[in-house]
Write a protein that binds this ligand. Structure first.
Ligand code: NAI
Length: 340
């Protein structure tokens, strides 16, 4: 019995059905930027996910080593590594989900928008390849600035005639992960039971955690606590960037968050009902064309973009003040994608 316990314990991502692959459909997941700070632990976590049958690891360099290493783990997914642009098509072909953590991370003093010049070009070229080789895949965009890289992807796909707004996601799960952790800590609640929706976008003030809708409800938190929790969630990335002091931004917590979101997408594709996660998607719930909110996932990707629900006065104020920045980040992405 002791043995059985150790084999089923490691994490919820690695379920009991790990070795009985027969019950789950074949699913190919590709990670673009797989040899990076996020890419490597994300490759590990996706290799542990029993819903993945094929794991394709792509980067401009160093993927053979990462792929060989991860491939020795005795879980279901068959692993293949691809390096260099000439192998990108092969890496992407037949994919169900493409996860994109390719690009440069922040250094102290930088905003996510400071990454725009480098990452916008990387995302654009990767999306041109996605449109060509796996136009029906769900795209999980991690590369920053997410507020702009998602609109860039949408424009690239529109130009290629492959755009399906149900299949493009900006990954904002790390904001949710942070909001849950910070709220549970402050309210002294069991973190595994805590839920906090986070809406808006994925940069500074555009990150709007809705603590008024957090569950379980806490009676111990006052307005000042909520203000402080909101600020800490918005600055969570910067907290890590400063602690790493020039060695990059969040990678381990981001890999976890990326794995949680990809797992939700896989479950949706497989027809598991009531899979809801926050994500930055094409949206009509505000006047902005892209917005993060709760989204119900299904067999075609986004099944329903859920509304904001009732907001506190503080959250209404936050919503009003995030819109100009989010709007300009969206416009910047659209403009970039349509140049040249
Ligand atoms: P990193 O520099 O450690 O890794 C990036 C990887 O991308 C490198 O291995 C690099 O070779 C690869 N790469 C560069 N150009 C490429 C191309 N054209 N095709 C394929 N791969 C390419 O950076 P890290 O820390 O992994 O961060 C990656 C991105 O994720 C950054 O843009 C960062 O800002 C973003 N990020 C997003 C978060 C979110 O919540 N959405 C949280 C944390 C980071």
């Amino acid at each position: 019995a002791a043995l059985r316990r150790t084999t089923t314990e490691p994490s919820r991502l690695m379920s009991r059905s790990c070795y009985s692959s027969g019950s789950h459909p074949e699913r190919k997941v590709v990670i673009l930027g797989a040899a990076g700070g996020i890419g490597q632990p994300l490759s590990l976590l996706m290799k542990l996910n029993p819903l993945v049958s094929s794991l394709s690891l792509y980067d401009i360099a160093n993927t053979p080593g990462v792929a060989a290493d991860v491939s020795h783990i005795n879980s279901r997914a068959q692993v293949a590594g691809y390096a260099g642009e000439e192998q990108l098509g092969q890496a992407l072909e037949g994919s169900d989900i493409v996860i994109i953590p390719a690009g440069v991370p922040r250094k102290p003093g930088m905003t996510r928008d400071d990454l725009f010049n480098i990452n916008a070009g990387i995302v654009k070229s990767l999306c041109i390849a996605i449109a060509k080789y796996c136009p029906n895949a769900l795209v999980n965009m991690i590369s920053n600035p997410v507020n702009s890289t998602v609109p860039i992807a949408a424009e690239v796909f529109k130009k290629a005639g492959t755009y399906d707004e149900k299949k493009l996601f900006g990954v904002t799960t790390l904001d949710v992960v942070r909001a849950k952790t910070f709220y549970a800590g402050k309210a002294k609640l069991p973190v595994a039971e805590v839920n906090v929706p986070v809406v808006g976008g994925h940069a500074g003030v555009t990150i709007l955690p809705l603590f008024s809708q957090a569950t379980p409800k806490s009676n111990s938190l006052g307005d000042e606590d909520i203000r402080a929790l909101t600020k800490r969630t918005q600055d969570g990335g910067t907290e890590v960037v400063e602690a790493k002091a020039g060695k990059g931004s969040a990678t381990l917590s981001m890999a976890y968050a990326g794995a949680v979101f990809a797992d939700a997408c896989l479950k949706g594709l497989n027809g598991v009902p009531d899979i809801v996660e926050c994500s930055y998607v094409q949206s009509t719930i505000t006047e902005l064309p892209f917005f993060a909110s709760k989204v119900r996932l299904g067999k075609n990707g986004v099944e329903e973009v859920l509304g904001l629900g009732p907001l506190s006065d503080f959250e209404k104020e936050g919503l009003k003040s995030l819109k100009p920045e989010l709007k300009s980040s969206i416009e910047k992405g659209v403009k970039f994608a349509n140049q040249s």
